[in-house]
Design a protein around this ligand. Structure first.
Ligand SMILES: [Zn+2]
Length: 202
């Protein structure tokens, strides 16, 4: 350890084993000043080693935490990320993180069902209620009679694969089905990703 004379400020190197008793006095060989230095029991090298090993460890731990957080965020927001950058969809698929439309952000609006003879025409919009771009969803059309007996079900694909914030995509279908009075027509989004090869646009 290093010891500084409190009188002439000469610095001496001494073995820390030589200075273990509290109140032990030392004499400066330069100015002959006698004083009782503060006894340090710890080897000064040790705390430095500990500090270094902590700072070396802290860095990779922080990186691991940051990467984990980032991956978690990407995992949770992959629907949003892929709707803005569709080219990333395959990467998520390969990572086993399947992209599905978020049904809480989608809403069927302006649903219209009209018969023209025995042809039923169903149209409407699929709206994005959220503040970010989303994946559109395939729609399940269900036609049931007044006794809730299902007469017909069919899947409809909307016009677009993605819907901008606050925007809508249209859907339309016509089916040859015997006209029934009081037929109930319902259209609900499905949490299934639209196969781009089946969609009309994009
Ligand atoms: Zn001295």
């Amino acid at each position: 350890m290093l010891l500084t004379c409190e009188n002439c400020e000469t610095i001496f190197r001494i073995e820390s084993a030589q200075l273990k008793t509290p109140g032990q006095q030392v004499r400066c060989s330069v100015c002959k000043h006698v004083w009782a230095p503060e006894v340090i029991n710890e080897d000064p090298v040790e705390p430095q080693l500990i500090r270094e090993s902590i700072s070396v460890l802290r860095f990779p731990i922080l990186i691991c935490v940051a990467i984990t957080l980032l991956l978690t965020l990407i995992g949770f927001n992959r629907g949003t990320i892929t709707s803005y950058v569709p080219i990333t969809i395959n990467a998520f698929d390969m990572a086993g993180l399947t992209i599905r439309p978020d049904l809480t952000k989608l809403e069927v609006r302006n649903l219209k069902a009209n018969y023209a003879g025995d042809t039923l025409r169903v149209s409407g919009n699929l709206a994005n209620k959220s503040s970010l771009r989303v994946h559109a969803a395939p729609l399940q059309l269900t036609i049931s009679d007044s006794d809730e007996v299902v007469l017909h079900t069919q899947r409809i694909l909307p016009a677009d694969l993605f819907i901008d914030s606050g925007d809508v995509t249209d859907f339309f279908i016509q089916i040859d089905i015997e006209k029934t009075n009081q037929a109930e027509v319902s259209v609900t989004p499905l949490a299934i990703r639209i196969d781009p090869t089946l969609s009309g646009s994009q």
